[in-house]
Design a binder for this molecule. Sequence first.
Ligand code: SAM
Length: 247
Amino acid sequence: MPAPDQFPAPPPARAPWRATVLTLFPELFPGPLSASLAGDALRAGLWSLETVFIRDFGIGRHRTVDDTPAGGGAGMVMRPDVLGAAIDAARAGNPEAPAIYLSPRGEPLTQATARTLADGPGVLLLAGRFEGIDQRVIEARGLREISIGDYVLAGGEVAAMVVIEAVVRLLPGVIGQIASLDEESFEDGLLEYPQYTRPREWEGRTIPEILLSGDHARIAAWRRAESERITRERRPDIWARRPKKPG
Ligand code: SAM
Protein backbone atom coordinates (compact mmCIF):
# COMPACT_ATOMS: atom_id res chain seq x y z
CA MET A 1 0.00 0.00 0.00
CA PRO A 2 1.44 3.41 -0.88
CA ALA A 3 1.62 5.87 2.01
CA PRO A 4 -1.32 8.28 2.01
CA ASP A 5 0.98 11.25 1.39
CA GLN A 6 2.01 9.77 -1.98
CA PHE A 7 -1.38 10.71 -3.40
CA PRO A 8 -2.04 14.25 -4.60
CA ALA A 9 -4.34 16.20 -2.32
CA PRO A 10 -7.98 15.94 -3.47
CA PRO A 11 -9.40 19.16 -4.95
CA PRO A 12 -11.12 21.23 -2.26
CA ALA A 13 -14.82 20.43 -2.01
CA ARG A 14 -16.84 23.02 -3.88
CA ALA A 15 -20.41 23.30 -5.02
CA PRO A 16 -20.95 22.14 -8.60
CA TRP A 17 -20.40 24.90 -11.16
CA ARG A 18 -23.87 25.95 -12.21
CA ALA A 19 -25.01 26.95 -15.72
CA THR A 20 -28.48 28.43 -16.21
CA VAL A 21 -29.53 29.06 -19.82
CA LEU A 22 -32.48 31.30 -20.65
CA THR A 23 -33.84 30.20 -23.99
CA LEU A 24 -36.86 29.79 -26.23
CA PHE A 25 -35.56 26.32 -27.12
CA PRO A 26 -34.79 24.42 -23.89
CA GLU A 27 -35.08 21.13 -25.78
CA LEU A 28 -31.70 21.90 -27.41
CA PHE A 29 -29.96 21.29 -24.04
CA PRO A 30 -27.82 19.54 -22.98
CA GLY A 31 -27.41 18.45 -26.63
CA PRO A 32 -23.69 18.08 -27.39
CA LEU A 33 -22.87 18.89 -23.76
CA SER A 34 -24.11 15.42 -22.80
CA ALA A 35 -21.23 13.74 -24.67
CA SER A 36 -17.65 12.98 -23.72
CA LEU A 37 -15.85 15.03 -21.04
CA ALA A 38 -18.61 17.57 -20.41
CA GLY A 39 -21.29 14.86 -20.29
CA ASP A 40 -19.27 12.65 -17.95
CA ALA A 41 -18.64 15.66 -15.69
CA LEU A 42 -22.34 16.56 -15.76
CA ARG A 43 -23.31 13.03 -14.75
CA ALA A 44 -20.59 13.04 -12.07
CA GLY A 45 -22.09 16.21 -10.56
CA LEU A 46 -19.05 18.45 -11.24
CA TRP A 47 -21.37 20.94 -12.90
CA SER A 48 -25.10 21.34 -13.32
CA LEU A 49 -27.32 22.68 -16.08
CA GLU A 50 -30.75 24.25 -15.87
CA THR A 51 -32.80 25.89 -18.56
CA VAL A 52 -35.33 28.67 -18.09
CA PHE A 53 -38.02 28.67 -20.78
CA ILE A 54 -38.45 32.33 -21.70
CA ARG A 55 -41.94 31.73 -23.09
CA ASP A 56 -43.14 30.85 -19.58
CA PHE A 57 -42.77 34.60 -18.90
CA GLY A 58 -44.51 35.63 -22.14
CA ILE A 59 -47.45 38.04 -22.30
CA GLY A 60 -51.08 37.01 -22.70
CA ARG A 61 -52.75 33.90 -24.00
CA HIS A 62 -50.12 33.43 -26.72
CA ARG A 63 -47.20 33.93 -24.32
CA THR A 64 -45.77 36.60 -26.60
CA VAL A 65 -42.07 37.31 -26.08
CA ASP A 66 -41.29 39.75 -28.90
CA ASP A 67 -42.60 42.82 -30.68
CA THR A 68 -41.80 45.05 -33.63
CA PRO A 69 -38.70 47.27 -33.41
CA ALA A 70 -39.27 50.82 -32.19
CA GLY A 71 -38.43 53.13 -35.08
CA GLY A 72 -39.35 50.50 -37.66
CA GLY A 73 -37.25 47.96 -39.53
CA ALA A 74 -37.21 44.25 -40.21
CA GLY A 75 -37.77 41.44 -37.74
CA MET A 76 -38.81 41.35 -34.12
CA VAL A 77 -37.14 42.30 -30.83
CA MET A 78 -37.42 40.39 -27.55
CA ARG A 79 -39.38 42.37 -24.95
CA PRO A 80 -37.63 43.75 -21.83
CA ASP A 81 -40.53 43.01 -19.48
CA VAL A 82 -40.56 39.33 -20.51
CA LEU A 83 -36.77 38.99 -20.31
CA GLY A 84 -36.55 40.95 -17.06
CA ALA A 85 -38.96 38.54 -15.38
CA ALA A 86 -37.13 35.50 -16.82
CA ILE A 87 -33.74 36.81 -15.65
CA ASP A 88 -35.09 37.56 -12.15
CA ALA A 89 -36.45 34.02 -11.88
CA ALA A 90 -33.15 32.56 -13.12
CA ARG A 91 -31.17 34.70 -10.67
CA ALA A 92 -33.26 33.44 -7.77
CA GLY A 93 -31.99 29.92 -8.56
CA ASN A 94 -28.37 30.90 -9.31
CA PRO A 95 -27.89 34.11 -7.32
CA GLU A 96 -24.09 34.55 -7.34
CA ALA A 97 -23.54 33.87 -11.05
CA PRO A 98 -22.71 36.67 -13.53
CA ALA A 99 -25.38 37.21 -16.19
CA ILE A 100 -24.26 37.15 -19.80
CA TYR A 101 -26.14 37.97 -22.99
CA LEU A 102 -24.72 36.12 -26.00
CA SER A 103 -24.45 38.80 -28.65
CA PRO A 104 -22.50 39.31 -31.88
CA ARG A 105 -21.57 42.79 -30.71
CA GLY A 106 -20.24 41.60 -27.34
CA GLU A 107 -16.63 41.30 -26.22
CA PRO A 108 -14.97 38.29 -27.87
CA LEU A 109 -14.99 35.09 -25.81
CA THR A 110 -11.41 34.24 -24.81
CA GLN A 111 -9.66 31.51 -22.86
CA ALA A 112 -9.05 34.10 -20.12
CA THR A 113 -12.81 34.73 -19.86
CA ALA A 114 -13.46 30.99 -19.71
CA ARG A 115 -10.92 30.70 -16.86
CA THR A 116 -12.51 33.56 -14.93
CA LEU A 117 -15.95 31.99 -15.30
CA ALA A 118 -14.58 28.58 -14.27
CA ASP A 119 -13.23 30.16 -11.05
CA GLY A 120 -16.70 31.47 -10.19
CA PRO A 121 -19.90 29.77 -9.02
CA GLY A 122 -21.49 29.47 -12.47
CA VAL A 123 -23.15 31.59 -15.11
CA LEU A 124 -26.52 32.77 -16.39
CA LEU A 125 -26.57 32.77 -20.18
CA LEU A 126 -29.31 34.57 -22.10
CA ALA A 127 -29.73 33.22 -25.62
CA GLY A 128 -31.33 35.79 -27.92
CA ARG A 129 -33.46 35.11 -30.99
CA PHE A 130 -35.01 37.24 -33.75
CA GLU A 131 -33.21 40.60 -34.14
CA GLY A 132 -31.99 40.46 -30.56
CA ILE A 133 -33.18 41.97 -27.28
CA ASP A 134 -34.38 45.36 -26.04
CA GLN A 135 -31.40 47.47 -24.92
CA ARG A 136 -33.10 48.43 -21.65
CA VAL A 137 -32.95 44.93 -20.23
CA ILE A 138 -29.19 44.78 -20.94
CA GLU A 139 -28.74 47.96 -18.91
CA ALA A 140 -31.30 47.29 -16.17
CA ARG A 141 -30.03 43.78 -15.39
CA GLY A 142 -26.34 44.59 -15.93
CA LEU A 143 -25.86 41.96 -18.62
CA ARG A 144 -22.31 41.40 -19.89
CA GLU A 145 -22.37 40.92 -23.67
CA ILE A 146 -20.14 38.16 -25.06
CA SER A 147 -19.65 37.16 -28.69
CA ILE A 148 -18.30 33.83 -29.91
CA GLY A 149 -17.04 35.31 -33.18
CA ASP A 150 -17.52 37.83 -35.94
CA TYR A 151 -20.48 36.19 -37.65
CA VAL A 152 -24.21 36.12 -36.97
CA LEU A 153 -25.97 32.98 -35.71
CA ALA A 154 -29.73 32.52 -35.77
CA GLY A 155 -29.84 32.30 -31.98
CA GLY A 156 -27.70 32.33 -28.87
CA GLU A 157 -28.16 28.68 -27.88
CA VAL A 158 -25.13 27.32 -29.74
CA ALA A 159 -23.10 30.27 -28.43
CA ALA A 160 -24.21 29.41 -24.87
CA MET A 161 -23.06 25.82 -25.43
CA VAL A 162 -19.68 27.10 -26.64
CA VAL A 163 -19.23 29.15 -23.45
CA ILE A 164 -20.27 26.23 -21.24
CA GLU A 165 -18.00 23.74 -22.99
CA ALA A 166 -15.00 26.09 -22.84
CA VAL A 167 -15.56 26.55 -19.09
CA VAL A 168 -16.49 23.01 -18.07
CA ARG A 169 -13.25 21.45 -19.36
CA LEU A 170 -11.36 23.83 -17.04
CA LEU A 171 -13.25 22.81 -13.89
CA PRO A 172 -11.24 20.85 -11.31
CA GLY A 173 -11.57 17.12 -11.89
CA VAL A 174 -12.89 17.32 -15.46
CA ILE A 175 -9.57 16.75 -17.21
CA GLY A 176 -7.11 14.42 -15.49
CA GLN A 177 -3.77 15.94 -16.46
CA ILE A 178 -3.57 19.60 -15.53
CA ALA A 179 -0.31 19.82 -17.50
CA SER A 180 -2.15 19.09 -20.75
CA LEU A 181 -4.30 22.19 -20.13
CA ASP A 182 -1.27 24.37 -19.39
CA GLU A 183 0.25 23.64 -22.78
CA GLU A 184 -2.85 24.34 -24.83
CA SER A 185 -3.41 27.16 -27.29
CA PHE A 186 -3.91 30.56 -25.62
CA GLU A 187 -2.79 29.45 -22.15
CA ASP A 188 0.54 31.28 -22.36
CA GLY A 189 -0.45 33.76 -25.05
CA LEU A 190 0.60 31.42 -27.87
CA LEU A 191 -1.07 28.89 -30.17
CA GLU A 192 -0.16 25.25 -29.67
CA TYR A 193 2.79 23.58 -31.40
CA PRO A 194 2.12 20.70 -33.90
CA GLN A 195 1.25 17.34 -32.34
CA TYR A 196 2.23 13.86 -33.64
CA THR A 197 1.59 10.26 -32.62
CA ARG A 198 2.09 6.75 -34.02
CA PRO A 199 2.81 5.51 -36.61
CA ARG A 200 6.34 6.90 -36.96
CA GLU A 201 5.84 7.15 -40.69
CA TRP A 202 2.52 7.71 -42.47
CA GLU A 203 2.08 8.20 -46.23
CA GLY A 204 5.79 9.00 -46.47
CA ARG A 205 5.60 11.67 -43.75
CA THR A 206 7.73 11.24 -40.66
CA ILE A 207 7.58 12.64 -37.15
CA PRO A 208 10.20 15.38 -36.58
CA GLU A 209 13.34 13.57 -35.39
CA ILE A 210 13.71 15.77 -32.31
CA LEU A 211 10.42 14.49 -30.84
CA LEU A 212 11.85 10.96 -30.88
CA SER A 213 15.16 11.99 -29.30
CA GLY A 214 14.08 11.67 -25.66
CA ASP A 215 15.90 14.97 -24.99
CA HIS A 216 13.22 16.81 -23.03
CA ALA A 217 14.98 20.17 -22.95
CA ARG A 218 15.45 20.21 -26.76
CA ILE A 219 11.85 19.01 -27.26
CA ALA A 220 10.54 21.83 -25.06
CA ALA A 221 12.65 24.38 -26.97
CA TRP A 222 11.43 23.04 -30.35
CA ARG A 223 7.80 23.18 -29.22
CA ARG A 224 8.22 26.71 -27.93
CA ALA A 225 9.81 27.83 -31.23
CA GLU A 226 7.01 26.17 -33.25
CA SER A 227 4.36 27.80 -31.04
CA GLU A 228 5.96 31.18 -31.60
CA ARG A 229 6.30 30.66 -35.38
CA ILE A 230 2.67 29.54 -35.77
CA THR A 231 1.34 32.37 -33.61
CA ARG A 232 3.40 34.98 -35.52
CA GLU A 233 2.27 33.62 -38.90
CA ARG A 234 -1.40 32.91 -38.19
CA ARG A 235 -2.41 35.35 -35.48
CA PRO A 236 -0.30 38.50 -35.50
CA ASP A 237 -2.95 40.05 -33.22
CA ILE A 238 -2.27 37.44 -30.49
CA TRP A 239 1.50 37.67 -31.11
CA ALA A 240 1.43 41.43 -30.57
CA ARG A 241 -0.50 41.02 -27.29
CA ARG A 242 1.55 38.15 -25.84
CA PRO A 243 2.97 38.66 -22.36
CA LYS A 244 6.55 39.93 -22.75
CA LYS A 245 9.30 38.28 -20.69
CA PRO A 246 10.88 40.70 -18.18
CA GLY A 247 14.35 42.06 -19.01
N1 SAM B 1 -29.62 41.66 -35.15
C1 SAM B 1 -28.50 41.15 -34.41
C2 SAM B 1 -27.24 41.86 -34.86
O1 SAM B 1 -27.15 42.26 -36.01
O2 SAM B 1 -26.31 41.99 -34.03
C3 SAM B 1 -28.35 39.64 -34.63
C4 SAM B 1 -29.38 38.85 -33.94
S1 SAM B 1 -29.11 37.12 -34.13
C5 SAM B 1 -30.00 36.75 -35.58
C6 SAM B 1 -30.11 36.39 -32.88
C7 SAM B 1 -29.37 36.03 -31.60
O3 SAM B 1 -28.32 35.12 -31.88
C8 SAM B 1 -28.71 37.15 -30.85
O4 SAM B 1 -29.64 37.83 -30.02
C9 SAM B 1 -27.64 36.45 -30.05
O5 SAM B 1 -28.16 35.95 -28.81
C10 SAM B 1 -27.29 35.26 -30.94
N2 SAM B 1 -26.02 35.41 -31.67
C11 SAM B 1 -25.89 35.57 -32.99
N3 SAM B 1 -24.61 35.66 -33.35
C12 SAM B 1 -23.88 35.53 -32.22
C13 SAM B 1 -22.48 35.56 -31.95
N4 SAM B 1 -21.58 35.73 -32.90
N5 SAM B 1 -22.09 35.39 -30.66
C14 SAM B 1 -22.99 35.23 -29.68
N6 SAM B 1 -24.34 35.20 -29.88
C15 SAM B 1 -24.78 35.36 -31.14
